[in-house]
Design a protein around this ligand. Structure first.
Ligand code: SAM
Length: 257
């Protein structure tokens, strides 16, 4: 991971958690879903992954733990955040109350066929080795278990103005990428087709936290670097150059893929 991404996913996670502690815990889940899914997308993923009480759900590249905490609160799952940035996995535990372990997606500290469901949200475009990541997820899922993915796609890997370190897959290549690892695509939908009446409230709660972070760390060049990353992806999404896609995929039941 390059410096800009470490700042965006590590330091910003710690600063966000500090701001939530100052403002109030109502802000925690929306602020900790930074840069990824809102309630409509999370509900679609939860339905597709058949989340229910006591499902062991692993969130790979789970960041600060916002999506996992949402699944824990709304569906009663046993969530586990696996995230390479130590600041983020720590705050998933401390701030969001979700077990969070520091781990890379291509070396998950879980036994074969141990998880009932997995999420991987906004991660596939941030790592160069998507194959290794998906192979690990397939390894830890029980046969028949589902993976929910949010992936940012584009027509070319690095459109002009892309955030540093990002490399976007094309939508058409996703069924093959998943299928090669024994993950059969079940369903897919364009993320921006979904809406939930909580969406506006979430955005406001998250924006208030970001405003506090900006105020606290004004003048720090690392803040400028992280915000520039966010500005770039925001612009590409707004222009439709980068498009969010949701996918559910099922771990094939045959033993060797
Ligand atoms: C856009 S953030 C999304 C965070 C979280 N999934 C969410 O939706 O709120 C991307 C996350 O992927 C993580 N990441 C990057 N490379 C990874 C890898 N090789 N394995 C697992 N996670 C990775 C980053 O540390 C970061 O937390």
């Amino acid at each position: 991971m390059n410096e800009a991404m470490e700042t965006e996913f590590g330091l910003m996670a710690a600063w966000t958690a500090d701001a939530v502690r100052e403002i109030g815990s109502r802000h925690a889940i929306p602020a900790a879903c930074r840069g990824s899914a809102g309630p409509a997308m999370l509900r679609w993923l939860a339905r597709e992954c058949r989340l229910r009480a006591n499902t062991l759900m692993v969130d790979v590249g789970g960041g600060l733990g916002g999506p996992a905490a949402f699944a824990q609160r709304e569906y009663g799952v046993r969530a586990l955040v696996l995230e390479p940035m130590p600041e983020a996995s720590r705050e998933a535990r401390v701030l969001l109350g979700v077990p969070g372990w520091t781990a890379r997606g291509d070396a998950l500290p879980l036994a074969d066929r141990s998880a009932d469901a997995a999420w991987c949200l906004g991660v596939l475009c941030t790592t160069p080795d998507r194959t290794a990541l998906l192979a690990e997820i397939a390894r830890v899922l029980k046969p028949g278990a589902r993976l929910g993915v949010l992936v940012f796609t584009a027509d070319v890997p690095r459109p002009r103005g892309a955030p540093e370190g990002n490399d976007f897959p094309q939508e058409a290549e996703l069924p093959g990428l998943l299928g090669d690892q024994g993950l059969e695509m079940v369903s897919t939908i364009a993320g921006d087709l979904l809406h939930d009446r909580q969406e506006g409230e979430w955005r406001q709660l998250a924006d208030e936290v970001e405003a506090r972070v900006r105020q606290r760390h004004r003048g720090d060049r690392r803040l400028d670097a992280a915000l520039e990353q966010e500005r770039r992806i925001g612009r590409l999404l707004k222009d439709g150059v980068v498009r969010p896609v949701l996918i559910s995929a099922e771990r094939r039941t045959d033993q060797n893929r």
